[in-house]
Design a binder for this molecule. Structure first.
Ligand SMILES: CC(C)(COP(=O)(O)OP(=O)(O)OC[C@H]1O[C@@H](n2cnc3c(N)ncnc32)[C@H](O)[C@@H]1OP(=O)(O)O)[C@@H](O)C(=O)NCCC(=O)NCCS
Length: 162
């Protein structure tokens, strides 16, 4: 049911096919996992088909190694009219040790569409429940303002290129 599921967690082992020549998970693979978890959370919340609109502030904090238990957590931190803003974290754990480390994090915006080729459509409103969620919502709003500046830069680049 839409408007209920505000968080999604994936868990799996990092496999040999996920890593680069140095034996560490490709940054692009981590980004794929992030996109999938964010997508699952966005569709679950909105009950609609969703597209990725932006990825901001991605940080690769620590490497992920073959055999690590990977946890990808996407949680809603702000909703607009049709947009859903998510904090997405990737955590890695060496199963031989009892410590989990943050590997990657970012903020993503998904937009719900009324059909796969359709127009943006309204999503259920999400409200923060505590100070931590209020702080995350504020960060999402600040990032949105920054991304508006980026859109202007892209428009300038597009007009100078063409
Ligand atoms: C995202 C997309 C649907 C927005 O369409 P649009 O015609 O610009 O729609 P609008 O201007 O009405 O904006 C709709 C919402 O998207 C948000 N949005 C649009 N571009 C954004 C961006 N770059 N970053 C963050 N949010 C963005 C708007 O803030 C608005 O949010 P709101 O409804 O909560 O106020 C459109 O740009 C698109 O289809 N982009 C390609 C998506 C894609 O291919 N993703 C990769 C594969 S899934």
């Amino acid at each position: 049911m839409s408007g209920q599921q505000h968080e999604v967690t994936f868990r799996f082992l990092a496999q040999p096919t996920d890593v680069n020549f140095g034996g560490k998970v490709h940054g692009g693979m981590a980004m794929k996992w992030i996109d999938q978890a964010g997508y699952a959370c966005a569709v679950g919340w909105s009950g609609a088909y969703c597209v990725t609109a932006s990825v901001s502030g991605i940080q690769f904090v620590a490497p992920i190694l073959i055999g690590d238990l990977v946890t990808v957590r996407a949680r809603l931190i702000h909703t607009g009219t049709s947009s859903m803003h998510m904090a997405v974290d990737v955590l890695a754990r060496d199963l031989r040790k009892d410590e989990q480390r943050l590997a990657t994090s970012c903020v993503m915006v998904f937009v719900a569409l009324d059909s796969p080729d359709g127009k943006p459509t309204a999503v259920p409103r999400w409200e923060p429940r505590d100070d931590n969620e209020r702080r995350l919502q504020l960060q999402a709003k600040q990032l949105l303002e920054l991304s508006k500046g980026m859109e202007q830069l892209i428009d300038i680049q597009a007009s100078s290129a063409g």
